[in-house]
Design a protein around this ligand. Structure first.
Ligand SMILES: [Zn+2]
Length: 391
């Protein structure tokens, strides 16, 4: 541990404190050897593929483990691998906007129940940590799968078209009610077990599988793009800290004001779009991950509110502006981002229609689980401890 930085040592202490509180967790960075890591994780990257050990994943994970590159012994190598990949992509996208990019801080995860990431000040230093909810990327993957199997599509002359009408969505759901089950299982697994993967596993194929991949990628890139935007825009230096008490653990969280949050959302969207353009697969789902992030976050917040208070009134976020206001402001920025060219205007219109269709789908899914949530509240079901961190 001697070669760890002060930030990494502090992150490890926070993780140790969080996990100690009745939270069992493997210690990855010490005796958890590479054979176990590969056995546990590699298949989950590409289960459906015949190639069970894709070389790229293998090499990257091996590099992280061989070089003691995990920031702490508690950091899950698979989650860290995803985080590093996302940061690398976002930084490449940011290089096209600015040549003088700030240094990446130490990044890691905590079971914080804070679906927005947190910037945490390292004591006695000017450094800070960027800490992500430790299940956020798993949740992103699974919510993208649920939504992807809810969007009607047809293939004509080898061209795929997705339907954007409410009536088409309603008809599609009539013959495809499995998405409601998947949604309920996912939300229940995250809320009550703290692990989205506690929901039964399933695989998508064909068009919905590709659609889920695009939605997940853009959603994940937006989450990291938003946090990185706070750094590029110099918000961290400008902002105050607030002493936070999660369970019995105290730390200084950097609190951004609403204007800073909105501008990090807009720049985060631009950075995400830059990445998606680089990947070369430009279609509407590539753009709407940011919108889906807010829609899903809203679902989590409303669910927690019902389970804590018996109503959806208490959904104002602890540190960020209201989620749906962020979504509204982001949608307003779409026209400006795509510009005034004929193609730009057409694209912006398509993106907004697509986003509204996703919103409609999420609303239908939400309506389908509310009776269960109210009943769970009445029966006194207990939320996973991560959702009670900041009470
Ligand atoms: Zn933020």
């Amino acid at each position: 541990m001697s070669n760890k930085t002060a930030s990494e040592i502090y992150l490890e202490k926070l993780q140790s404190d969080f996990y100690e509180d009745g939270y069992t967790h493997k210690i990855y960075g010490t005796d958890y050897n590479i054979k176990n890591i590969l056995k546990d994780y590699i298949p989950t990257f590409n289960k459906k593929s015949k190639n069970i050990y894709p070389e790229e994943c293998f090499n990257k994970l091996k590099e992280i483990l061989d070089n003691d590159n995990l920031p702490t012994v508690y950091e899950d190598p698979a989650q860290y691998y995803i985080l590093l990949n996302l940061f690398e992509k976002i930084e490449m996208s940011a290089e096209e906007i600015s040549s003088n990019l700030p240094r990446r801080p130490v990044v890691g995860t905590l079971p914080s129940g804070e679906v927005n990431a947190m910037a945490i000040k390292v004591p006695d230093s000017d450094d800070f940590l960027l800490v992500f909810e430790d299940q956020i990327f798993t949740f992103a993957n699974l919510i993208a799968k649920v939504v992807a199997q809810s969007i009607p599509f047809e293939i004509k002359d080898n061209v795929i078209s997705f339907s954007m009408g409410k009536e088409e969505v309603n008809n599609y759901f009539k013959n495809n009610s499995i998405a409601f089950e998947r949604f309920k299982e996912l939300i229940y697994a995250y809320l009550f077990y703290g692990e989205p993967t506690a929901a039964p596993q399933y695989f998508l194929e064909g068009i919905p599988m590709h659609l889920a991949d695009r939605l997940r990628t853009s959603l994940e890139l937006f989450i990291v793009g938003h946090e990185y935007s706070h750094i590029i825009l110099g918000h961290v230096q400008e902002s105050k800290t607030m002493v936070n008490k999660a369970k019995r653990i105290e730390f200084n969280e950097i609190i951004f004001n609403w204007d800073q949050e909105f501008s990090a959302d807009v720049l985060g969207l631009r950075l995400m779009l830059g990445c998606m353009l680089k990947e070369g697969s430009i279609n509407l789902p590539s753009f709407v991950g940011a919108d889906l992030f807010f829609g899903s976050l809203d679902v989590i917040e409303k669910s927690i509110s019902i389970l804590k208070t018996g109503s959806v009134t208490n959904t104002i976020h602890r540190t960020h502006p209201p989620t749906l206001l962020r979504r509204e402001i982001l949608r307003k920025s779409i026209n400006e981002i795509f510009g005034n060219s004929k193609d730009g205007i057409k694209m912006a219109k398509g993106v907004l229609m697509y986003a509204e269709t996703l919103e409609y789908i999420l609303n239908l899914l939400w309506d389908s689980i509310t009776p269960f949530l109210y009943s769970a509240y009445k029966k006194g079901y207990k939320l996973d401890s991560r959702w009670l961190c900041f009470l």
